[in-house]
Design a protein around this ligand. Sequence first.
Ligand code: NAD
Ligand code: ZN
Length: 219
Amino acid sequence: ARKGKTPEEVVKRYLQKVRNPPEEGPGVSGVSRGESVGRLVTCGHQYHLQCLVAMYNNGNKDGSLQCPTCKTIYGVKTGNQPPGKMEYHVIPHSLPGHPDCRTIRIIYNIPPGIQGPEHPNPGKPFTARGFPRHCYLPDSEKGRKVLRLLLVAWDRRLIFSVGTSSTTGESDTVIWNEVHHKTEFGSNLTGHGHPDPGHLDNVLEELRAQGITEEESLQ
Ligand code: NAD
Ligand code: ZN
């Protein structure tokens, strides 16, 4: 028996058939398979089946699909974060902007390694700069919620990626993915520090865009 689903089977799981408009003229025996169109079941956007299959094949083939128009996620989106460790603990200091609570420090550690098939250059080494990377959240109700969701994001390999660093220009290196972290505690030299009143809400929005919400973290 074949293991797993083919890309076409995955895509079809999230598509409803769209009745093809009747072809005009004699001798036309219908629409070819390559032109078949489907409607994504939740958001309703319509695509050629083969376009979605091509998009799926360009990704990391984890059984999930994201609507190119509205970003609705079908299935569970995962990333290509390399192996490593995520730890956290509470430190007895307040962050600028959060005088009434202590602070959660997250420590990410990812060693350099060899790229897998899910990375830009499979078989080639990747570097990992500036690890361990320390990040800070207020130990408030909302900060703890963000932490819970970040733990889900870590398990789904969505916190880091392998690619070209926009800060250093180095390629084939570990880089932050689409979820912003605060890496400075008492200062804000990089713009990735405190205070930043909108930060927790921004992160919740970025996590949502990766398919991670509070409901998910309770499953
Ligand atoms: P990147 O520069 O490609 O940026 C990806 C995302 O991360 C962007 O959204 C960007 O805004 C954000 N980002 C950039 N710098 C950040 C920072 N200091 N803190 C939090 N978010 C940041 O991604 P990257 O190459 O992973 O980011 C640069 C990071 O790399 C820095 O945190 C730095 O500590 C680390 N680094 C350290 C060394 C070293 O030798 N110590 C060398 C290279 C990079
Ligand atoms: Zn859509």
